[in-house]
Design a protein around this ligand. Structure first.
Ligand code: COA
Length: 338
């Protein structure tokens, strides 16, 4: 019997309206537009002024369901990769389940930082491939502004808020869908990028607040050195083991943390830079949302087309990293169910 393969059948996204530009940040910390653009590629990012991650996630999920033309009560499972859940519990998946009215679903949050979306997509694919489920929503969402210290120029220029959602279903189309994945983690990177406070090791206290333990800490240089190698390696590895060359890949969909890391990955894949999805200039690093946000925007713009071969790649806190090879099967927007 042929293997039941999982595929992405719909995409959606949500970005908040409020824009925080480099010029705005110049007024808040000792930085400048030129430094931010040249060191990171970021020009502006979005900030959610009211509500939590579940509000953005619900909007992204609803867009995906509308494009697919199905109602939320057909969803079996909701997986929400995030490092900024509305609260520790209940899970953001439960809150989104209620907001969108997914009456038959179960769900859970997944902690994979900037690789969370890839980890969750592969998890969803397992439920579909085993036959346990037919419709799994993966909603990458982060409200990074909630854990960003806007007096720390090392981090506050980097992050933004957004959500991206994909629907994962079975496909019988030969050669389409989620074809291969490589996922990794290495806890030796734990001290380079973290939020120390609020968990069981360092529960919230006056001292943790005074120490700013509830904000992101990043040793940017240390993370950069590892990220630039690992993200490129894992992207090249998935191409090699699938006997693919750069001209056989239509899109690289990279996690959007730093334009220089993205460029290095594309070079390693021998990929023309016009085939790289980049929106870091408009949104900064939105952690678990970066990759599905790209997928949704590129599909809606008619640039990501059915039949194209794409490689998604990420690197994030943990360390965590990975790559996924997909043959895109979502009907082009002109033919999709509206
Ligand atoms: N504005 C102006 N100057 C700044 C600045 C800012 N916002 N932030 C840091 N600087 C200064 C530093 O103080 C330093 O000055 P010094 O040389 O006098 O000490 C100089 O700029 C260089 O700082 P450095 O941290 O070495 O910059 P960098 O080139 O490494 O870029 C990052 C910083 C964060 C953009 C980069 O390291 C990075 O992208 N890291 C990886 C991020 C990542 O992939 N994370 C994983 C996923 S979330």
């Amino acid at each position: 019997m042929p293997k039941r393969r999982a595929t992405i059948t719909a995409v959606g996204h949500y970005v908040p309206e409020k824009v925080l530009s480099n010029a705005d940040l110049e007024k808040m910390v000792d930085t400048n537009d030129e430094w931010i653009r040249t060191r990171t590629g970021i020009v502006e990012r979005r900030i959610l002024e009211q509500g939590g991650s579940s509000d953005m996630g619900a909007r992204a999920a609803e867009m995906a369901l509308t494009h697919r033309g199905i109602s939320a009560d057909e969803i079996d499972c909701i997986i929400v990769p995030t490092v900024t859940p509305d609260m520790f519990f209940p899970s953001t998946a439960c809150l989104i389940q209620e907001k969108i009215g997914a009456s038959r679903a179960w769900g859970f949050d997944l902690s994979g930082a900037c690789s969370g979306f890839l980890f969750a997509l592969v998890t969803a694919a397992q439920f579909v491939e085993t036959g346990m489920h037919s419709k799994v929503l993966v909603i990458g969402v982060d409200k990074m502004s909630a854990i960003t210290d806007y007096t720390d120029r090392n981090t506050c220029i980097l992050f933004g808020d957004a959500a991206g959602a994909v629907l994962v279903e079975p496909t019988e189309e030969e050669g389409y869908g989620i074809l291969d994945s490589i996922l990794r983690c290495d806890g030796s990177g734990q001290n380079a990028l973290y939020m120390r406070g609020g968990g069981s090791l360092n529960p919230a206290s006056h001292a943790t607040v005074d120490r700013k333990d509830h904000f992101i800490y990043q040793d940017g240089k240390a993370v950069f050195k590892v990220a630039v190698v690992k993200m490129a390696d894992v992207s090249a590895e998935i191409m090699e083991r699938n006997h693919l060359t750069g001209d056989q890949i239509d899109w690289l969909v990279p996690h959007q943390a730093n334009l220089r890391i993205i460029d290095a990955t594309a070079d390693r894949m021998s990929l023309d830079h016009s085939k790289v999805m980049i929106n870091i200039d408009r949104y900064g690093n939105t952690t678990a949302a970066t990759i599905p946000l790209c997928l949704s925007e590129w599909w809606q713009a008619g640039k990501l087309k059915r039949g194209q071969r794409i490689v998604m790649a990420s690197f994030g806190a943990g360390y965590t990293w990975g790559s996924i090879l997909v043959k895109w099967s979502v009907p082009d927007l002109s033919t999709a169910t509206k």
